[in-house]
Design a protein around this ligand. Sequence first.
Ligand code: DHB
Ligand code: MG
Length: 234
Amino acid sequence: MAQPPPAPTPDAWRRLDAYLTETLVGHDADLETAVAAQHEAGLPAIEVAPVSGKLLQLLVRISGARRVLEVGTLGAYSTIWMARGIPEDGAVVTIEAEPANTAVARANLDRAGVGAKVEIRVGRAEHVLPTLREEQPFDFVFIDADKESNTIYLDWAARLGHPGTVIVVDNIGRGGEVANPATTAANVIGTQRGLEMLGRDPRFDATALQTLDLKGWDGVAIAVVTDAAAAPAP
Ligand code: DHB
Ligand code: MG
């Protein structure tokens, strides 16, 4: 009889994450300095894991994205990964609600050599997003801010994108709590509403990947904007 697979204990998944990171991602002084500078400035350590940062970069490259929109800059760790995935004439527009974070983010972006490709817009995303209507559409959108507003951000991602735009939403697992229908946590409820929108709204086609890495048990939703987005929003 085959042995049952070992349970993914925290020790075991962290060891595997460290192995995968070492083997496939390696070390990068600018990214590691960005995380250190963020920590030094007292920002929370809620940036994506290295394997997930590289996933973002690969999805940007695979999709051929030139214009990337990020909701939630923090210290610009994920921003650096995505900026490295676009061509020289591409751009990342990243929105950050907390003005104090943007100094840390700007220094990290410049140090990593991608500063010229990245515009930081300061303000609450629900106020900044409508101002982007006059700009070129976005090919790739990464949503990683206050989870309570995920449905608002997804709606804007469809409006500011085009059929084929790729959308990634961070933190869709939350240690399994997102599957709890009785949750009272506003951020978890916001995540659930966002996932339900991705499942139901004809402007999106989506799936999700659970992740187990140094950030624990969480995940990302990955979606594409469909042709239905070319029609007026339902
Ligand atoms: C939190 C937010 C994030 O975007 C994340 O990746 C992890 C945690 C938080 O607000 O706790
Ligand atoms: Mg996140």
